[in-house]
Design a protein around this ligand. Structure first.
Ligand code: GTP
Ligand code: MG
Length: 177
């Protein structure tokens, strides 16, 4: 039996806490506080330190799931939470006014971790805002994301979140080979 640690990150409201709630086998540990005015336009609560959950795979392996805060003022947690992680699931809220800018910001912030591990990207809230499409992400970012698995997902969907984890684990394995 193996133990893996993976990290969910991405901007405020992209669905990190929701994703971990959706798939965790145990009641997740959350550190949420009432959002300040700027965030309250999007939702009531925001993560201030971390989320934690756990999922047991069919082969018995256990995946420990850590969610970061989205707000940059808590970005000191990003480095702490990635330690010993084997990969990053980056969730991007497609209904954000500028999702390309948000993706760019997080790719830069996690660049060291991404370079030494693996990454998948999940585009959330596309039901609310279908544009940009996954094709438009690829056109805009070109080589920067051409090797990264990128899917349209809903953080409330267990199937979608399991697919992201499986995609991450299979690219992590191919890196280790
Ligand atoms: N319509 C729609 N709603 C979604 C989707 N994915 C997530 N949500 C909702 O969007 C909100 C996301 O909130 P959180 O999970 O708290 O977001 P977060 O990324 O943890 O945000 P911070 O902790 O503030 O950084 C929740 O209300 C989810 O139910 C989606 O694909 N479509
Ligand atoms: Mg959260």
């Amino acid at each position: 039996m193996e133990n893996y640690k993976i990290i969910f990150s991405g901007p405020v409201g992209s669905g990190k806490t929701t994703a971990i709630e959706t798939i965790s086998d145990i009641p997740p540990v959350k550190t949420e506080a009432k959002a300040s005015d700027e965030v309250r336009r999007i939702k009531e609560n925001t993560t201030v330190a971390m989320d934690y959950g756990r999922i047991k795979l069919e082969n018995g392996d256990v995946v420990h799931l850590y969610g970061t805060p989205g707000q940059e003022r808590f970005d000191f947690m990003w480095e702490i939470l990635t330690q010993e992680g084997i990969g990053l699931i980056l969730l991007i809220d497609n209904s954000n006014p500028d999702p390309f800018k948000e993706l760019n910001k997080f790719l830069l912030a996690f660049s060291e971790f991404i370079d030494s591990t693996s990454i998948v990207i999940g585009i959330t809230r596309s039901d609310i805002s279908p544009s940009p499409t996954t094709m438009e992400y690829h056109t805009h970012f070109g080589d920067i994301i051409s090797h990264i698995p990128l899917f349209t997902v809903d953080a409330r969907s267990r199937n979608d979140m399991v697919m992201l984890i499986e995609a991450l684990l299979s690219s992590a394995e191919s890196i280790q080979v």
